[in-house]
Design a protein. Sequence first.
Length: 418
Amino acid sequence: MTIFTEYHSSRLSYILDTLFTQAYTLTHNKAQYLDALGEKLNYSHQKICKDEVWIIPHTLLFEKNIIPQKFEIFQWKDVPAFFNTGGDIPFDFLAASFYLVSRYEEYLPYRPDEYGRFPHTASLAFQHRFLNLPLIDFWIQEIFPELPGGTFTFLPTFDIDIAFKYSGKPFLKNLASLLKEYVTGQRPFFSMPKLTDRKNVKDPFDQFDFLEELCRKRLLNPVYFFLFAEKNRRYDKNILPHKMELKNLILEIASNNKTGIHPSWQSGDDPTLLTKEIENLEKLIGQKIITSRQHYIRMTMPLTYRMLLDNGILQDYSMGYGSINGFRASTSKSFFWYDLEKEIKTNLCIFPFCYMDANAIFEQKLNPEEASQELDFYKTIITKTQGQMIGIWHNHFLTEEKEWQPWRKVFVDFIKKS
């Protein structure tokens, strides 16, 4: 592909690199542009030739500040579009894609949700009802149908926030938990496990062999993220790192699977804790940790991503909401993070997720059948746009305990279809 533009900017270069992963030539020379073979994209205010896609530029890609933008949402090819400028395509899809994938709106003032996060309700995608669409992927496919696409891939990922229900925890704490379950009617007395004989009773949250076998049979390569906080706090409840139960589990998982850090909630308030958590996990498994996903999807632009880069993280799987399923950056495909304040493309690769079991269960309050339908919906549209479907599951929501059996079935059924 040959692309003509009268002006250059780091924003323009970034979005071209992001959308056109294959080689392209960018030129300011009209003669060179006219002589070029193959696809042509004219990104200027004047049409140059017939065999081209002409896009009239919006100002966004040539600005150097971060300011509120004006939107007029309209339908194009049965999907939403904005930044109407005219040309062969009635909107500047480059500027629109940059706005979405850079998370431009998250650099503007907003009222945080109860966890201090950017609320999905403040997003353009939610407000205009396209959060459930990988909109950028649709645009590219419609505008350049001849460009080689990818192939659909599915990647299951697991957040290990609470590795075990009883193992590795103090006797008195386990006893208090069991008594609470008995008093509240969650567990009848006759089914109370024997805390004095834990070695011969499998912990209900220990579903790791089951996950390994299921993924192996489907030739899937999951990613595991471990919460490795040295102290328990309100949102950090995993077994502590010095416990052999957790150490042995991580060593076993990391020997066969890609493993990353699940930064504790506490590390969001104290960056030195993130450094320590990564160092401790690296020391345990003897591998460099370059992969992460934020606990509770707690992230703030651009501070969180800068903190990850400072600690050697090169792949992050946090691009999604912890309050609703969908496409936070309006794409299912991985991309490099653009630091909008510094106006530079970084080497932090972002892998968006579109589904998390906790969102379906607790935030959207879906029943298992509705969650299954949501999963099928995302698989269908991502297959159509030849992207990657990343889902998040938690081991403690996939147990064989009665209340979780329907959710375990949703997961198993979907994995078997993938």
